[in-house]
Design a binder for this molecule. Structure first.
Ligand SMILES: CC(C)(COP(=O)(O)OP(=O)(O)OC[C@H]1O[C@@H](n2cnc3c(N)ncnc32)[C@H](O)[C@@H]1OP(=O)(O)O)[C@@H](O)C(=O)NCCC(=O)NCCS
Length: 187
């Protein structure tokens, strides 16, 4: 459990999260629709989400993907941060994704949660880099990445099928060995 602010913490997805995940995705269906793959009706059920939570726990144990929830102090899920496709070998990289509850935006939750997950990727997983992709007009997401030291590395045409269309994305990376700001000078 990592604190984000007085009301919210970040923790890995766990078995038993299905009902809370279903409530969170149902409450945020319209908010997330322009930024995510098209979801079928079953995605919003507690049963499907519980199966997904089990998969998350298995993937985390195998080191394939580590997925977190932002939880408020009433036990509800208010967002997600995912480290997907963890690849080692010559790459030591993972894909970063995130969202925050529509009613809790603009209070720094995504920026702080990404900061914690980047720290986890660096210190616990020992990854070399994180990659993120945003739609060209997703200014909010680009601000979150800028706050966390990501640099733009390119534009990938028709990169992901979002909201039913293959859409162009801006690609960003952060090299985790590098400090976010220059080290302080000592006299
Ligand atoms: C993008 C998103 C995660 C931002 O979450 P958040 O908790 O509101 O982000 P923060 O509060 O940390 O905001 C970071 C900055 O982005 C700005 N911002 C947030 N949403 C914005 C928006 N829709 N438009 C413009 N700026 C936005 C904030 O004002 C803040 O500005 P600052 O740089 O002056 O500090 C959230 O809007 C969301 O869930 N969007 C839908 C899903 C999504 O786009 N996920 C990312 C896919 S790549």
């Amino acid at each position: 459990m990592l604190p984000l602010d007085a009301e919210h913490t970040l923790r890995p997805v766990r078995i038993g999260d299905g009902a809370a995940l279903a409530r969170a995705y149902t409450a945020n269906r319209a908010h997330l629709a322009p930024w995510e793959p098209t979801r079928s009706a079953v995605f919003f059920t507690a049963e499907w989400q519980e199966q997904h939570a089990r998969q998350c726990v298995e993937d985390a144990a195998a080191g394939r993907s580590i997925r977190f929830v932002i939880e408020s102090d009433d036990g509800e899920i208010r967002g997600r941060v995912n480290l997907n496709n963890v690849v080692r070998g010559a790459f030591w990289s993972a894909d970063l994704g995130y969202w925050v509850d529509t009613a809790r935006q603009h209070r720094g939750l995504a920026s702080r949660a990404v900061e914690k997950v980047a720290g986890y990727a660096k210190d616990e997983l020992r990854l070399h880099r994180l990659q993120a992709a945003t739609l060209l007009h997703n200014v909010g997401s680009q601000r979150v990445l800028a706050h966390n030291g990501f640099e733009r590395i390119g534009m990938a045409p028709k990169y992901l099928k979002i909201a039913g269309e293959w859409q162009d994305h801006l690609l960003f990376q952060r090299l985790l060995e590098e400090p976010l700001s220059p080290p302080r000078e000592h006299p």
